[in-house]
Ligand binder design. Structure first.
Ligand SMILES: Cc1cc2nc3c(=O)[nH]c(=O)nc-3n(C[C@H](O)[C@H](O)[C@H](O)COP(=O)(O)OP(=O)(O)OC[C@H]3O[C@@H](n4cnc5c(N)ncnc54)[C@H](O)[C@@H]3O)c2cc1C
Length: 369
């Protein structure tokens, strides 16, 4: 099979790339090659204000509303002091935010891309790639235990933080910290679900708690700290995780009436960027190109925007206008620099635990990776 563009990864960045390509050039043959079958739970559920515009431009806003995700009216942070403060979206010109079921959200986006004419191949992983002299990618994918071959004029790596394709092409992942998350999903009964859907962030010695209500009477609480500190506390074990939760003030109170539904899941959450996000016949988009700290709640929105931008560059490159890749690289570098400055400033606001390794590591004035 021959495609104009093969997109590895069917998360928000990959789906946005395919959707935008099909909107801009309906005749392009586009494939999404997705490793999963959209069944296992995924982390990252708060979609901040500002999502409506991009989802409308990708043609999936009505479908999004039909999923009946949970509207979010603000966020609350106990950060830099005991007293929490609120950021109400009421005052945002971008409207409200949303709490998602990420599996349903990612599946919905890929179904929209399929309806717009992209092929979506699930359970498909890259097994080999070669950029041939005729400027065509010869790709080998492993799917359902079998190897299949396909060709593509351009490849978009949207495989998330593993950046599998880019790394295969020689790009290096430049790691800025070692943040990791330990998450547990809770279930409320219909009668005891709190009315307050704010995203809550609560700083503590050695890390911070993130919690959010999610659709269908669920909530998720995630302890964010450095990977060595998460390991050191044994937080992959349910009883240690629950014991640690009880040391928090606001987060524990929030899920006190709910039952834990899962064992702790451990997630890599480090900030990173690639040494190069483009190369002959390819580019990286979304988390594959750079990841932001979950504290920012910007990852999904950034991935959608990045996918859209990637589609413009892919179309230029298919027409031989490869200068677009250098412009793309510059945009990503400026975006990461801005993000790094904001992250350093925000972590700098928390000064209560000067001896804690977690906060000390973040308050060293660091160069970005
Ligand atoms: C603990 C945690 C909490 C977070 N909370 C939030 C939040 O509240 N709000 C927010 O906006 N962001 C949050 N994020 C970040 C957000 O989840 C990501 O930024 C976002 O998912 C990036 O989208 P993406 O499409 O680039 O990558 P991903 O969502 O990672 O999608 C990558 C896709 O590629 C597939 N894939 C992987 N490898 C291959 C391969 N070799 N071949 C084919 N397919 C492959 C995967 O199955 C997946 O579908 C959080 C992240 C973490 C770790």
């Amino acid at each position: 099979m021959r495609y104009d563009v093969a997109v590895f990864g069917g998360g928000p960045a990959g789906a946005a790339t395919a959707l935008s390509l099909k909107r801009l050039r309906p005749s392009l043959r586009v494939a999404i090659l997705e490793a999963s079958s959209y069944s296992a739970w995924r982390a990252g559920e708060t979609l901040p204000p500002g999502c409506q515009g991009i989802l409308q431009s990708l043609g999936c806003w009505e479908r999004f509303l039909g999923e009946r995700f949970l509207q979010s009216f603000g966020s609350r942070a106990a950060w830099g002091g005991e007293q929490p403060y609120d950021n109400e979206f009421l005052f945002s010109t971008h409207g409200d935010g949303w709490h998602l079921d990420r599996v349903r959200f990612d599946r919905m986006l890929s179904e929209c891309a399929q309806e717009d004419g992209a092929d979506v191949l699930q359970d498909a992983r890259l097994a080999g790639s070669q950029w041939a002299e005729d400027r065509i990618w010869r790709l080998v994918i492993r799917r359902g235990g079998r190897h299949e071959e396909l060709e593509a004029g351009f490849v978009v790596d949207a495989t998330g933080r593993s950046a599998s394709f880019a790394v295969q092409q020689g790009a290096r992942r430049l790691i800025g910290d070692h943040l990791a998350g330990a998450s547990v999903v809770f279930r409320f009964t219909r009668n005891n679900m709190p009315a307050d859907t704010y995203t809550l962030v609560e700083a503590q010695e050695d890390g911070w708690w993130y919690s959010s209500m999610t659709p269908d009477s669920h909530a998720v609480a995630i302890w964010m700290s450095d990977a060595d500190l998460v390991r050191g506390r044994g937080l992959h074990a349910a009883e240690r995780w629950m014991e640690h939760l009880r040391r928090s003030r606001l987060t524990a109170a929030r899920v006190a009436l709910a039952d834990p539904e899962t064992a702790p899941g451990i997630w890599a959450a480090q900030s990173q960027r690639l040494s190069q996000s483009v190369g002959p016949g390819w580019l990286a988009a979304g988390d594959a190109a750079s990841t932001f700290d979950p504290l920012s709640s910007q990852g999904i929105l950034k991935a959608l925007r990045s996918g859209k931008l990637a589609s413009f560059v892919a179309i230029d490159c298919l027409q031989g206008l490869t200068a677009a890749q250098a412009r793309y690289e510059r945009i990503l570098a400026a975006e990461y620099e801005q993000y790094h400055a904001a992250k350093t400033w925000f972590y700098g606001l928390e000064q209560r635990w000067p001896a804690s390794p977690f906060w000390r590591r973040r308050q060293r004035v660091g160069r970005q990776p």
